[in-house]
Design a protein around this ligand. Structure first.
Ligand code: ATP
Length: 594
């Protein structure tokens, strides 16, 4: 066999690829590729289960390699053949199996059917010369180490009781991949609810910055807890307006009576009708900068400066909507690879402020952050009821969902939402209210890896103040609602394959406000059925109001009250407001390849 020769960054040499045969292996700046030297070895064979090898050539990108390991001196195997040639294959294998020095390149493979599902793949190359193997391995490892986006040290929180109580088992499975990739992990298995929150809230920045990322092995609620532990003690940004400011104004104008359900949206000019609203909400809080540094203000005790840690999520929960929306798959191995390979995107977050817990309580702002969803009414009732049935595991949502649906409760509320002036000009960002929502499915721009909508304005490091000049106006709607939902992302999950809003984006700086006005049970069932099916149109009903917005306020105005559901966690609020913080959360993920 030839030795390797190195010319600029291109190397090539002949190796024996395990289960394939002699190959010419080439490394360039993009990756490794190899070509079969003996076509009879390769024709009609399968290469490590990848499928038929029609072009007798294959490759792996450097960015998709997560480890390169030396395998010492040992056996390499001859090509696999079809069943028809089993005897011949066995005879040939005895003749051709031989011992060599070997190194294995670890990466992943996808299938055209499931492009988001990453499966581990390994390619073992053999050579008679130890030095040759060593030199190829060193070169490849050097390239991987040079990649600064890949994490070296991670703090990992594992929720052992998450989902089907499989958090620990899932971590044990994927931890082997982290070990192989030589990523150090400090693992903390939580002992109670709030444990991860407390650790994240009290950890000193010096220790925090010694990690390249914070990983949660659990569900959306657990991720929410980790995130809030980090943000609440560190991030200080101007709060969205309190609903009581606007509510007072509305009442003083004598319009406090609740219209019949089905009434249209009342639109008003903010300056004229709602003078008490703070200016702060007119700013789009944009936290995404080129290098990921933060443009927000900070708490002097816990400075929120420098690079924010990147967060990662390995799915072990009951819903796992955040993982599905950000990787396109609900698969722990896929998520582990997104983390190890240093994939990166910025997620919008919703800052939710509770001003009053009950009608009689004092005004006391209390902040929480949500990464995926905030919902009231049906969503709140399901989450509070399902806490009693946690022992059922993920099935509790189906059982409780049916129970709550049959109760068919509606709640009186007033909702105000901000409509940015420029949002109306662009077809991507206009506010849509039925029956004006006429975009067909094919016109909708779905969020995907390297999404152009999400990356717009990303280059502008100072864009935290970019939209101050925009005129904003506020719209108000009052009535009885079966549910009020605000989605940060599409919230795709196994029960809603397209999510609540199919064309929601991960990092465009918008919330999706969905108001389901009181309607008959069959109509509501129809809406839920549309939600549950792929290609459904859950928003195209006359009892559904849908608005793209950056901020909204909520006031409960009836006797009966529900609770809010923030990323699957209960949040009690009588007065509440929320705003989007664009690109606040750096995440180990590359977006779904939809
Ligand atoms: N060791 C623990 N024991 C009990 N509860 C815990 C523990 N660790 C974390 N928790 C709490 O459990 C809550 C739910 O966790 P998680 O989101 O992982 O599960 P899930 O509800 O099954 O999943 P999903 O949110 O995807 O529906 C979290 O809010 C967290 O506070």
């Amino acid at each position: 066999m030839d030795g390797s020769n190195c010319e600029l960054s291109v190397m090539s040499g002949c190796f024996y690829l395990d289960h394939v045969g002699d190959v010419l292996l080439t490394r360039n700046q993009h990756g490794l590729s190899w070509k079969c030297l003996d076509s009879s070895d390769c024709e009609g064979t399968t290469c490590l289960g990848i499928g038929s090898w029609e072009n007798t050539e294959t490759e792996i990108k450097l960015s998709d390699i997560y480890a390169v390991e030396f395998d010492s001196y040992g056996l390499v195997h001859s090509p696999k053949s079809g069943l028809g040639h089993a005897k011949e294959c066995f005879r040939k294998r005895l003749l051709t199996t031989q011992q060599m020095y070997r190194f294995t390149v670890h990466g992943f493979q996808t299938s055209p059917k499931e492009p988001c599902l990453w499966k581990l793949a390994a390619f073992t190359f053999g050579h008679m010369d130890l030095q040759t193997c060593q030199s190829w391995m060193d070169q490849l490892n050097y390239t991987l180490i040079k990649d600064v986006e890949r994490p070296r040290n991670l703090l990992v929180f594992v929720h052992p009781k998450s989902g089907k109580a499989s958090g620990l088992k899932i971590w044990e499975t994927v931890s082997k991949i982290f070990i192989r990739a030589k990523v150090n992990t400090k693992v903390l298995v939580t002992e109670r609810a709030g444990h991860a929150f407390d650790v994240m809230a009290s950890i000193q920045n010096k220790e925090l910055h010694s990690y390249d990322g914070i990983i949660a092995v659990g569900g959306d609620g657990f991720f929410n807890e980790v995130l809030n532990g980090y943000l609440l003690s560190r991030l200080k940004v101007p709060l969205p307006p309190s609903p009581s400011d606007s509510f007072t104004t509305v009442q003083s104008r004598g319009s406090s009576s609740v219209p019949e359900s089905g009434d249209g949206v009342h639109e008003s000019d903010q300056k004229e009708h709602f003078p008490l609203l703070h200016d702060s909400v007119q700013e789009v809080m944009n936290f995404r900068t080129v290098n990921g540094s933060c443009q927000g203000t900070e708490d002097p005790d816990h400075p929120f400066s420098g690079e924010r840690p990147r967060f990662g999520l390995i799915p072990a929960g009951s819903t796992d909507a955040i993982v599905i929306c950000t990787t396109g798959a609900r698969d722990p191995v896929t998520s582990a690879l997104h983390i190890i390979l240093g994939r990166k995107l910025f997620l919008d977050a919703m800052q939710v402020v509770r001003w009053k817990t009950t009608p009689t309580s004092a005004i006391e702002p209390f902040i929480r952050y949500a990464a995926s969803f905030a919902g009231y009414g049906f969503y709140g009732d399901v989450i509070s009821e399902s806490e009693k049935y946690r022992w059922m595991g993920p099935k509790r949502y189906d059982y409780v969902g049916t129970k709550v649906f049959l109760k068919h409760r509606s709640y009186e509320a007033e909702v105000m939402f901000e409509e940015a002036e420029n949002a109306k000009a662009s077809p991507l960002t206009r506010s849509k209210t039925w029956p004006f929502r006429s975009t067909t499915r094919s016109e909708k721009i779905l969020c995907r890896a390297k999404c152009s909508v999400c990356s717009s304005k990303a280059e502008d490091g100072n864009s935290i103040r970019a939209s101050c000049q925009e005129k904003t106006r506020w719209c108000r709607t009052r009535g009885r609602f079966l549910s009020i939902g605000a989605a940060v992302m599409s919230n795709r999950n196994e029960r809603a394959p397209d999510g609540l809003v199919v064309d929601a984006h991960l990092s465009d700086g918008f919330l999706h406000l969905i108001l389901i006005k009181d309607c008959s049970r069959p109509k509501y069932l129809w809406h839920l059925t549309e939600l549950a099916k792929k290609g459904g149109e859950p928003l195209n009903f006359e009892f559904v109001e849908y608005h793209k917005t950056r901020a909204f306020t909520f006031t409960s105005i009836g006797e009966a009250e529900s609770v809010w559901n923030l990323d699957g966690e209960i949040f009690e609020a009588h007065h509440l407001s929320a705003q989007v913080l664009r690109g606040l959360i750096p995440l180990f993920a590359s977006g779904p390849e939809v």
